[in-house]
Design a protein around this ligand. Structure first.
Ligand code: HEC
Length: 206
């Protein structure tokens, strides 16, 4: 008799345990709901409804914030005063290593060489069709400030379109460095030439 009572009690306890565990919708007291249940939002739920539940999720980055690893936005305006002021904007990137310069050259070849030519001398395959393409290897473009090159790539200029949607800020500043490094070689070359011809003046003038 005692044994039957014992089995009965065990049976009651087991049933109660199973039933109590089964009700997932009302799990009783939860001490740390944020850990037990994700506060994840329903995809595409209207955010004003989520806000009622205390979830402030708007799909957009918070105003005034910058994506991790991204550069500061360029605030120069797309007009002549923005163009003039761009001359004082400094390149935010540290000097590129040879790998970085190779990548910048690749980007230049893809996006710019079609007009400016691989040597930046305005001999690109469609330069004639576009017309008035700037030769970046002669003065005054040879001395164009970095910020102005960035400005022109960002907004375009006359026959040249904007490259802001094709190249992100970092890529544009990389190309700026590549152009400046090629221009520096050109300046160094022309600095050598007058010196040689200067030495030549001691001899007979041809
Ligand atoms: C569709 C042809 C075309 C392409 C592609 C092009 N450009 Fe130009 N670019 C021009 C023309 C035309 C001008 C002359 C604009 C003017 O001053 O009227 C110019 C001018 C420039 C100047 C001189 C700006 C100044 O202030 O005088 C720079 C620097 C320049 N381009 C850089 C680039 C770079 C970098 C790229 C690639 C991201 C590029 N361009 C792609 C046509 C092009």
């Amino acid at each position: 008799m005692k044994r039957i009572q014992f089995v009965f009690v065990i049976f009651i306890i087991a049933t109660a345990t199973i039933i109590s565990c089964n009700d997932k919708r009302h799990p009783g007291r939860v001490y740390m709901p944020d850990m037990a249940y994700s506060r994840a939002y329903e995809a595409y739920a209207p955010y004003d409804e989520l806000a009622k539940e205390g979830i402030n999720y708007k799909n957009y980055p918070v105003e005034g914030t910058i994506r991790r690893g991204d550069l500061f936005p360029y605030t120069g305006t797309n007009d002549s005063s923005g163009y003039n002021r761009s001359a004082s904007v400094k390149n935010p990137l540290p000097p590129l290593d040879s790998l970085g310069l190779n990548e910048a050259q690749r980007l230049f070849s893809i996006n710019c060489a079609i007009c400016h030519g691989p040597n930046m001398d305005a001999q690109g395959p469609i330069a004639d069709k576009i017309g008035a393409v700037a030769n970046l290897k002669i003065k005054p473009k040879l001395e164009l400030p970095e910020g102005t090159i960035f400005h022109v790539m960002t907004y375009g200029k006359n026959n040249m379109g904007s490259y802001a949607s094709q190249l992100n800020r970092k890529q544009r500043w990389m190309i700026v460095q590549y152009i400046k490094s090629e221009q520096a070689k050109e300046i160094a070359k022309s600095a050598v030439t007058p010196a040689t011809s200067g030495a030549d003046t001691t001899g007979a003038k041809k």
